[in-house]
Design a protein around this ligand. Structure first.
Ligand code: MSP
Length: 651
């Protein structure tokens, strides 16, 4: 694998320093960081930009409430977000503040230039304004009289304003969205074209007069530049663009290879931003990728909704890599993901503590115990073949996913190797081989495992950097600065060291209690469960990470026939299914509406988790759950392979 010298310019949105940071904010930046680190590992000359979006009426108001100047107000919060990124190991190369003097000057120049060339003109604005979103809307764009972005109240607005000729660029922007890969995932393209461009793209009000906390229009200081024109410009002003001249950085890194963001700000990046760049005669970014929302308690995690999880509280308790891993693994590409304390904790326990932690701990312990840590390549036998193939193909698989910005699937691939390595231990049984002494075969088994750990550990570096480093340290290695050597046999001998648990096992009930989440079991039941688990672990020390057959049979699975199905009102992901389960009829609400129409489901036989506690979903009592198989964006229902009566047990 050759080191490439290409540049890669990646950005995340610049954040409003208007209040507390929450876990949802961390998602985009950690996601961007994983991509930036992966590209660096591939030899790209990466520039990863993030920053803060500090102007606007909202911030002016907050500062006033806090009794400080806007600049004092944002300074405190900017320091806080920088410390958050540091705690999360975010390796940004540039941090821009829209209050940076260079940025403000450049925005003034950009505005003036567009005015002088006739792309900005002065007129009168009459319509609606959403203060939290800092967006103007026409009456027809409102949804139920409210802001179409956030659903909040809007105010009448009438003022003299400068306008950007967005309508002039509508055909070119439409072309960009419909005939290139500019916007991903594709589902967003229709939304933008139908709801905004084809609905009639009007010229955009790009100055305000009602407040002063913004970049003043140089030639008309009663106006400040619209906060989104100010904010979007950061992607070029951070490279030294000043409206006219091309800086060296600009020549080197522009156009951006990737603008990463959540779905609610796609409109600005897919319509206004390319139109501004077209007007400036600059090349267009190669791609924008919109991810979904991290949800909590059924809604987008958001400070204004009050449903936030504070990363500053989770970090000291669980560590940066637990948070990074959860965010990167739990969110499917482009779709929303729901946070719960329990899914967070079980993900950490299952993947990081059990699968990864046990593999590394067990292997290093056996290396130490059987060979004093000195492991050398032996002769591979047929039994090693599948493992060697998996080690050799891992980089290609991870790269394929990271090239399309899917860290969740990339991580899945890495954990497939980790899983395979754990199974290989159980099949090869080094402890049995050791009964005949430190044979070449035993050495080879441990060598295969150590190679798997090296390759998986190296590929984990972009996602969980300090864990990757710890794993490599146990092989007495440091992170490589390139992607060479990610195949079997590249290191012929090792001197490994045993290491402490990578992730301590979390007591989910205890942690949930510490998080303020109600305990799920009575103390007695907990005690019993604790005892049982202790016993189980003593009996089968090599089987951590597995469940036993009794655990499995607690879940009652039955075949069910879909006899009716309809959409759930105001929930675009949910279908309400009526199921026949033997003599019984059940109602189940399932999140499959993006993959199946109601008509398609009727008549299908599916697998129902029949003893799941009923719970209300969108006002409908859901009596169980149906099983699906999912792979990235794809999701299919699980069905019996041949005809069988509904009500039949799945066992
Ligand atoms: N300042 C604008 C962006 C300007 S970019 C030129 C802005 N700031 S924000 O602070 O409100 O949000 C920044 C980003 O935080 C969002 O685009 C999104 O990437 C991320 N998120 C905020 N809440 C989120 C979730 N609950 N889930 C996932 N991401 C979320 O918008």
């Amino acid at each position: 694998m050759k080191k490439c010298k290409e540049k890669f310019y990646i950005t995340t949105p610049i954040y409003y320093p208007s209040g507390k940071w929450h876990l949802g904010h961390c998602y985009t930046t950690v996601y961007g960081d994983a991509i930036a680190r992966f590209k660096r590992m591939e030899g790209y000359d990466v520039f990863y930009l993030t920053g803060t979006d500090e102007h606007g009426q909202k911030i002016e108001k907050r500062a006033e409430e806090a009794g400080v100047s806007p600049k004092e107000f944002v300074d405190g919060l900017v320091a806080e977000i920088k410390s958050l990124w540091e705690k999360l190991d975010v390796s940004y190369d540039g941090f821009i503040r829209t209050t940076d003097v260079c940025h403000e000057k450049a925005v003034q120049k950009i505005f003036k230039r567009l005015y002088e060339q006739g792309d900005i003109y002065k007129s009168k604005y009459k319509g609606k304004y959403c203060t939290p979103c800092e967006s103007f809307w026409t009456e027809s764009q409102l949804i139920n009289g409210k802001c179409p972005d956030c659903g909040r109240e809007v105010q009448d607005a009438e003022e003299e304003s400068y306008f950007f000729r967005l309508s002039k660029y509508a055909p070119r922007v439409r072309e960009l969205l419909t005939s290139t890969d500019y916007l991903k995932p594709e589902s967003r393209v229709n939304e933008m074209v139908n709801n905004f461009i084809d609905a009639g793209l009007e010229d955009l009000a790009v100055s305000r007069t009602g407040f002063t906390w913004g970049v003043p229009v140089e030639f008309d200081p009663g106006h400040v530049v619209y906060v989104w024109v100010d904010a979007l410009s950061n992607y070029i002003t951070a490279l030294g663009y000043d409206g006219e001249t091309q800086s060296d950085k600009m020549k080197k890194y522009w156009p951006a290879d990737l603008h990463l963001m959540a779905k609610e700000i796609v409109r600005f990046h897919s319509i206004i931003w390319p139109a501004m760049l077209m007007a400036l005669g600059l090349p267009l970014p190669k791609q924008i990728v919109a991810h979904g929302w991290l949800q909590f308690n059924g809604d987008k995690m958001s400070k204004s909704k009050g449903n936030v999880i504070d990363p500053f509280e989770l970090l000291p308790r669980y560590g940066k890599d637990a948070l990074r891993y959860y965010l990167l693994r739990a969110m499917p590409f482009g779709a929303d993901g729901a946070y719960t304390g329990e899914t967070f904790l079980t993900r950490i326990n299952a993947d990081l503590c059990n699968d990864l932690g046990n593999l590394v701990r067990r292997t290093m312990k056996m290396n130490e115990q059987y060979f004093g840590g000195k492991i050398v390549a032996g002769t591979a036998v047929a039994e090693d073949g599948p493992m060697i193939e998996k080690i050799n193909s891992l980089y290609g698989k991870v790269k394929a996913e990271m090239d399309v910005y899917k860290p969740q699937v990339a991580l899945e691939k890495i954990f497939e190797l980790i899983d395979a390595a754990n199974k290989y231990i159980d099949i090869a049984k080094p402890w049995t081989l050791n009964k005949e002494g430190a044979s070449e075969r035993l050495g080879q088994v441990l060598y295969v495992l150590t190679e798997a750990i090296r390759v998986a550990g190296t590929l984990l570096l972009p996602f969980v950097p300090s864990t990757g480093e710890k794993i490599l340290a146990s092989l007495k290695m440091t992170p490589p600065d390139n992607n060479d050597g990610l195949t079997y046999g590249k290191v012929e001998k090792y001197e490994t060291v045993a290491l402490d648990a990578l992730f301590p096992r979390l007591d989910v009930q205890k942690e949930l209690a510490a998080m303020g989440v109600e305990e799920e079991k009575s103390p007695d039941a907990k005690k019993d469960k604790g005892k049982k688990e202790e016993k189980k672990q003593m009996e089968t020390p090599e089987e951590e990470g597995y469940i036993n057959i009794d655990d499995f049979f607690r879940t009652k699975l039955k075949v069910a026939e879909v006899i009716a199905c309809e959409k759930v009102e105001k929930a675009d992901k949910l279908l309400k299914l009526t199921l026949k389960v033997g003599e019984e009829t059940r109602t189940v609400v399932s999140g499959i509406a993006k993959h199946y129409t109601p008509e398609e489901t009727v008549g299908k036989r599916v697998v129902l988790v029949s003893n799941l506690k009923p719970r209300p979903m969108r006002g409908i009592m859901s009596e169980g759950m149906i099983l699906c198989a999912s792979d990235g964006d794809k999701l299919v229902l699980v069905s019996p392979e041949a005809a069988i009566n509904s009500g039949a047990e799945v066992c």
